[in-house]
Each structure stands twice: as structure tokens, then as C-alpha cells.
Design a protein around this ligand. Structure first.
Ligand SMILES: O=C[C@H](O)COP(=O)(O)O
Length: 221
């Protein structure tokens, strides 16, 4: 089996900006090299190009738009690709899209050779999004996001349910889970339920020592 993906979303946290962002990038690179586990990052938009140049880790945008041309203030998929990114989050719980927009955005990601990580809030939406054949579905119960309560402990059924539903619709689509992920134990549970990795934010981005948290996250794989 391929290495699980541990994907760290910096969101709009103050701790995910400036020098702190660099510390998290360096820590991700070190722990990925040492452990062999793939650690991706989704930094804030102005950091995408510097991160792609500076660190030997996969970099994802937190959002992309399926536009090109006279669209002020948008994040075109091709710009993200040109910056050197591996992929993009789409439809994050904090940046929801319509179903038609999700389909168009996954298509734009594919066209520009970007991985697509479509975030969903339950098993039914995971199944619907899987029909667009993104690279990943990342299922996250919204009420647990940023709560410190791990989806792996509080709602393992949503992980297993999404893995099964996505497998039925399109077995090529990989599944991540997120919300409250904070330890190697959470990652181990997610993988044992069939997930291909995890999407997380606060436990790494707000940590005093992000490298220590990352080491713990990969410790049981
Ligand atoms: O993108 C990350 C998720 O929304 C999870 O956030 P969290 O790890 O802070 O709960």
C-alpha cells in the first residue's frame, strides 16, 4: 500500500503565517524524510509559491476556482499549478461550494494536472462527490472541526461509511478523514478503518512544537 497522506491545512490561523509557517514547513520536510510518510501542507495563499520552491513536500492550495481571464480576486487552478503545487482542497467546510461548482472545480484541477481533495460533511455527500472522480474525498464532521475531539474516536462510522460508499462508486478515489485528529493513535485508527490518510489543522498549526506533533502523528504507521 502507498504511504498514507498526512495533510496539514494552515487555514487562516495567525500561527500559520510568516515565520511560524516556515517552521511548520521545515518540520513537515524533516519528519517526512525521516519517516517516509507523505506529509503535505496547505499553507495560506501568499505562501504557495515560496513553499513549493523551498520545501521538498507536496503543497496544496486551500481552494481553487475554475476560472481564467477577467475574474478579479479569484484563485485560478492554473495559477496554483504554475506555482508548483501538487493539488488543492475543494469544498472545505469553511469554503463550501455548490454541487455544480464542485464538479467544475474537480474538472479544472484535472485539466491542470492537480490532485483534487474534495471535502465532505457526511457519507451521502462523500458518495455524490466520488462520482466526479476526484483524487481524494476528505470526510469531516463539521461539529468536530477544531474541537479537539477526534473523528477517529467520536465518529469512526463516518470514516468506514465513507470508505465503503466511495469504494462502491469509484474504487480509484482515495479517502481521507479529518476533524480533531491529533495523535498517532488517531491516524492508526483512520488507516485501520480503510482511510488513505488524514486532513488536520489545529493540532499542528497551533502547537508550540509542530515537529513533535508530526513525529507523534506518524509514529504508529
Ligand atoms: O482542514 C482541516 C480540518 O478542517 C480539521 O481541522 P482540525 O484538525 O483543526 O479539527
Amino acid at each position: 500500500m502507498a504511504s498514507p497522506l498526512i495533510l496539514i491545512n494552515f487555514k487562516s490561523y495567525r500561527e500559520g503565517a510568516g515565520n511560524n509557517a516556515g517552521q511548520i514547513g521545515s518540520a513537515a520536510e524533516i519528519v517526512m524524510q525521516e519517516s517516509g510518510v507523505t506529509i503535505g501542507v496547505a499553507p495560506q495563499f501568499t505562501e504557495l509559491h515560496p513553499f513549493c520552491r523551498h520545501y521538498e513536500i507536496p503543497v496544496y492550495a486551500q481552494h481553487i476556482d475554475p476560472v481564467e481571464g477577467a475574474f478579479t480576486g479569484r484563485i485560478p487552478a492554473f495559477t496554483v499549478r504554475a506555482a508548483g503545487c501538487t493539488g488543492a482542497l475543494i469544498n472545505h467546510s469553511e469554503r463550501r461550494l455548490s454541487i455544480a461548482d464542485i464538479e467544475a472545480t474537480v474538472a479544472a484541477a484535472k485539466f491542470h494536472h492537480l490532485e483534487s481533495v474534495v471535502c465532505t460533511n457526511n457519507v451521502a455527500v462523500s458518495a455524490a462527490a466520488a462520482s466526479f472522480a476526484p483524487t481524494y474525498i476528505a470526510v469531516e464532521p463539521p461539529e468536530l472541526i477544531g474541537s479537539g475531539i477526534s473523528v477517529a474516536k467520536a465518529d469512526p462510522e463516518i470514516i468506514k461509511g465513507t470508505v465503503d460508499a466511495v469504494q462502491r462508486i469509484n474504487p480509484d478515489v482515495k479517502v481521507l478523514c479529518g476533524a480533531g485528529i491529533q495523535s498517532g493513535e488517531c491516524v492508526k485508527t483512520a488507516v485501520s478503518l480503510g482511510a488513505d490518510g488524514v486532513l488536520l489543522a489545529s493540532s499542528v498549526v497551533k502547537a508550540k512544537d509542530p515537529e513533535a506533533v508530526l513525529r507523534d502523528l506518524v509514529s504508529l504507521l
